[in-house]
Write a protein that binds this ligand. Structure first.
Ligand code: ADP
Ligand code: MG
Length: 712
């Protein structure tokens, strides 16, 4: 049999064959290298078998138990099916809950009295402890293959048992060790399994990669708690590397951008000066600083290269104005600028703001949305192509093929997390190396920003305009409703306006949530002396815009809405936000919604109304909302509560999944890996040194030739 190498296909390993090989392929594992990178996600420590009665919340534990039964039921009224596997030992019972089925037939495996091992994190839920999505495995006698006491636990997979994986990986490790050829750098066709340069391993105190792999797959008998908590030096080495390859790639892109030829903007700021003079307020220090940073990107480099900057600023921090100032610099240099936003309401709003502020300066602004009439659209497109429209504000309608610019110099994307990578790229492609500015109000914890935005420069508007008092937030139950209604009434009587936000548009699926439509009628009766408007996602764009305009103009006092108002809407006179069924919303959404008030000089309030069945987690969320209005604090807490996977959701799918690394737990290592990646380029900006050969190769392997194009 051939010697096993790192690039040997798994199916050629002795005892595997095509059939089993297929199962590995389903997991995305093709080669020996892939197999070794399939890390255990926990360890079962048999030296300290646990009894159910001794479990405490938040512990990662393993225990042996027997199945009592498996049941499924609907969760609350949400129609989510939950599976509940109950197990017991001599000391007690515990529920293992599953909110999705790991794979087809998973629950059919379990019979009453069956012996199982359960490995998972103990969760505290409504006053009792249980497991959510633990690993549950047959505890058949042959599971114990040797006298190991600390057993690696691999992610649960269909058709591959933990034991099979342990045996196979153990075999591969032995073979690799025996075949000196693989580890001898003088051998022909040698590809090192350890691609990190020596200086980097020294500096960051990283152990040898093979040694790390051996240890994590074959825990030592005297493994410490650090080890089983995935905090050993061996784990650190592998975690570091997972982050490092991502950071190296991001750093290479940053390096590439720094070399790309850009547009020769001059430092022309007459229009900006005029704009500032026309404002009824002073810019905040943070707005000025951010603008200076942008100006430096646009005009301060010889030779010029494209700006690639993210502006992060909490809701209401005044990002729009900074964006318009940047646009003016482009326009004064004779280029066009464009501002893309995620919704029509927001596009309209930005268009109106831009027109109001920029048309006195002689700037022509155009609006591009999907609901333009075809004649309007044709006209706007032709004005844009001729260069008559200098600033194009719009939705993703801007990226349609028919939309062309004469000389696009600056691309601005607002609420950028709402757009996919490709949408952003397509807008950029409408110009030749245009400057690129993205803005977001969704505060992302620093650690996460490093992974998602590692190739961007970041400005933070970390200061709100003067005179804003913090929004006061209270969570309340149904019993508080009469008081809440009176509270709202007091503010309406004082001339203010209020929002009522509901999670659903229509009574669908018999869910008895209060919903915008029926509650609209109820509220009308409760506030007979006031006018109310309704806004929801099923309305046509022009209807929505009409309602928004009337609300902004004060034609009615209460806006009843679904979450369509979540992003960016700006009505300074509105100072009360009531969120119904607040427990149904995530933290960032609550924060965004709350940001619709507190935009003027009036003290503002956010009332979070809770339904009946409120989970501990939801209660924690609402408590966070009561305690702080700082978007960054909120996002950190959100990340803690939900964990990275959930936090990012599907929108941020640009982010790679990590196998072993966890951006919350391993934030320190992430920071180190980023430092290391930046240092690589400081030392050797083209990765041309011999010791960096394998870094180059790694970028090529993982991201293709394009990843090296920028750095030459
Ligand atoms: P966001 O950062 O959430 O996009 P906006 O750009 O919508 O915030 O600004 C929120 C409100 O604050 C707007 O009404 C805007 O005119 C106002 N604003 C912006 N900058 C200042 C400032 N320096 N002083 C006072 N008000 C400001
Ligand atoms: Mg905004």
């Amino acid at each position: 049999m051939a010697v096993i190498k790192f690039d040997t296909p798994i199916q050629f390993i002795k005892g595997v064959g095509p059939k089993l090989g297929e199962r590995f392929k389903d997991l995305g594992l093709f080669t020996v290298q892939d197999l070794l990178d399939w890390y255990p996600r926990a360890y079962e420590d048999r030296r300290a078998a646990r009894s159910i009665a001794s479990l405490k919340p938040d512990e990662l534990v393993s225990l042996r138990a027997e199945v009592v039964n498996v049941k499924s039921f609907m969760l609350g009224r949400s129609r989510r099916k939950v599976y509940d596997l109950t197990v017991r030992d001599e000391t007690g019972k515990i529920h293992c809950k599953f909110f999705r089925v790991p794979y087809k037939g998973y629950f059919e495996r379990f019979q009453p009295l069956q012996k199982v091992r359960v490995i998972g994190k103990v969760t505290h839920y409504r006053g009792q402890i249980e497991f959510h999505h633990p690993d549950v495995q047959d505890d058949t006698p042959d599971l114990v293959v040797d006298d190991d006491v600390v057993i690696p636990i691999y992610p649960e997979t269909e058709g591959l048992t933990n034991r099979q994986l342990r045996k196979l990986i153990g075999f591969v490790l032995d073979e690799l060790k025996a075949s000196s050829r693989e580890l001898d750098p003088r051998a022909k066709g040698f590809v090192p399994m350890d691609r990190l340069p020596a200086w980097l391993k020294d500096k960051y105190e990283l152990v040898d990669r093979f040694q790390a792999l051996e240890k994590v797959h074959r825990p030592p008998k005297d493994a410490t708690k650090d080890f089983t908590d995935l905090k050993s030096p061996y784990h650190r080495r592998l975690i570091f590397e997972e982050f490092f390859w991502l950071e190296l790639w991001l750093a290479s892109r940053k390096e590439g951008v720094a070399r790309e030829p850009g547009l020769p903007f001059e430092k022309r700021t007459d229009m900006v000066t005029k704009l500032r003079a026309s404002l009824p307020f002073e810019l905040t220090g943070a707005q000025l600083r951010t603008f200076e940073e942008i100006l430096k990107d646009l005009t301060g480099h010889t030779p010029p290269h494209p700006m690639h900057r993210l502006v992060q600023g909490d809701v209401g921090s005044g990002k729009t104005l900074v964006a318009l100032m940047a646009a003016l610099v482009a326009i004064e240099n004779g280029y066009q600028a464009t501002l893309m936003v995620p919704t029509e309401i927001l596009a309209e709003q930005h268009f109106r703001t831009a027109e109001k502020l920029l048309s006195p300066l002689g700037v022509q602004v155009g609006l591009f949305t999907g609901s333009l009439k075809s004649s309007e659209r044709a006209q706007a497109q032709s004005l844009l192509a001729q260069g008559a429209i200098q600033l194009a504000v719009g939705t993703h309608a801007l990226i349609e093929d028919a939309v062309g610019f004469k000389n696009l110099g600056l691309v601005i994307i607002d609420e950028q997390h709402r757009f996919g990578v490709h949408q952003r790229a397509r807008l950029k492609e409408k110009g030749v190396s245009p400057h690129f500015l993205v803005m977001t109000a969704t505060p992302i914890p620093r650690t996460l920003a490093m992974t998602v935005y590692g190739d961007l420069d970041v400005s933070q508007i970390d200061e709100l305009p003067k005179g804003r008092s913090p929004i006061q937030t209270r969570a309340g139950y149904e019993s508080h409703r009469p008081k809440m209604i009176e509270f709202v009434r007091t503010h309406l009587n004082a001339g203010r306006q209020a929002y009522f936000v509901y999670p659903l548009v229509e009574e669908s699926e018999k869910i008895d949530l209060k919903n915008a439509m029926t509650e609209f009628e109820t509220l009308k009766k409760q506030f007979p002396e006031f006018e109310l408007g309704l806004l929801h996602g099923r309305m046509k764009p022009d209807e929505k815009e009409h309602v928004m305009r009337e609300f902004r103009d004060g034609r009615f006092q209460i806006l009843v809405a679904t979450t369509v108002i979540e992003v960016g809407v700006d009505v300074p006179n509105a100072n009360v936000m009531v969120i119904e069924h607040a427990e149904r919303f995530g933290l960032s959404q609550l924060h965004q919604l709350r940001g619709r008030v507190g935009r003027g000089s009036h003290k503002s309030f956010c009332l979070l109304m809770m339904g009946h069945a409120v989970s501990d987690e939801a209660r924690t969320r609402l408590k966070v909302m009561e305690e702080t209005t700082d978007g960054f604090v909120i996002s950190e807490r959100d990340l803690e509560i939900r964990g990275p996977g959930e936090f990012l959701g599907t929108r941020q799918s640009g982010l790679p999944g990590f196998k072993l690394a966890n951006i919350v737990r391993d934030a320190r290592i992430l920071q180190e890996s980023r430092d290391a990646a930046l240092e690589v380029f400081r030392r050797d900006s083209r990765l041309s040194a011999a010791e960096h050969k394998w870094l180059r190769l790694q970028l090529l392997d993982k991201h293709g030739p394009a990843s090296l194009a920028g750095i030459g």
